[in-house]
Design a binder for this molecule. Structure first.
Ligand SMILES: [Mg+2]
Ligand SMILES: [Zn+2]
Length: 235
């Protein structure tokens, strides 16, 4: 395999980088009845809106910013993950990106507590900010009033991680020798479909027109000569 000089490692957050789900954990710790209510309403209200609503209810009953921060700081997060990220970053060739449907405050609070925040190039997630009253105001990444993403893979209305990953690569320059994706959820399916170089004309056309035009060949995707060599061994 050719030498990797520059690689991008993309992390989902909940149950991937961290050993819990931030949106649910905070309420399990501080207001289990709100956690129950979220479970009851999750098919009726869009998830980020539901978390935002639950945060408003928690604030109304006197749950403080400090309590929420503390709940996040004690959330299960494996020390091996801290070591893994720190050591890989020290190797000097890795860019870390976090792609999550949680929110900026939950993720940054935990990454800061673990000393990892500065190791991430970007955290792409839903916007959250503390109001002076101590309310954590949370908004969907994609404004529900504006244009929505165009993904057809089955991403949640609020966020297509595949589109976000492609936009990141377009911003940063897609010159990574290797892309690694660590995820667990159904919304992590879309971005892994895009790990191949789908910007190339042929694979794009196969994807868009292959079935409709009756393409019968068995398609195998490849990135570089070393992969061709590998495939030739099976011929
Ligand atoms: Mg996850
Ligand atoms: Zn998608």
């Amino acid at each position: 395999m050719s030498e990797v000089k520059k690689q991008l490692v993309v992390f989902d957050f909940d149950w991937s980088m961290a050993d819990q789900d931030t949106d649910r954990w905070v309420f399990e710790v501080l207001a289990p009845d709100l956690r129950r209510k979220m479970k009851t309403l999750k098919n009726e209200i869009q998830w980020t809106d539901l978390v935002a609503q639950s945060l408003r209810e928690a604030h109304a009953r006197g749950i403080t910013k400090d309590q929420i921060i503390h709940a996040l700081q004690i959330m299960p997060y494996h020390p091996a993950m801290v070591r893994a990220i720190t050591n890989l970053k020290a190797g000097g060739k890795t860019t870390f990106l976090c792609l999550s449907n949680a929110n900026s405050v939950f993720i940054s609070t935990i990454l800061e507590a673990k000393g990892l925040q500065a190791l991430f190039e970007e955290i792409i997630t839903n916007r959250a900010e503390w109001e002076p009253s101590g309310l954590l105001k949370l908004q969907r990444r994609v404004d529900p009033e504006g244009p929505q993403h165009s993904c057809k893979v089955g991403c949640s209305p609020n966020m297509c991680k595949g589109e976000e990953l492609e936009a990141f690569l377009a911003r940063k320059g897609d010159d990574f020798d290797r892309l690694v994706y660590i995820g667990d959820g159904s919304n992590d399916f879309c971005p892994i479909l895009r790990l191949r170089r789908t910007s190339r004309g042929l694979s794009k056309r196969i994807a868009h027109e292959g079935e409709e035009k009756g393409l019968k060949a068995k398609v195998q995707y490849w990135g570089g000569a070393w992969e061709i060599e590998e495939k030739f061994r099976d011929l």
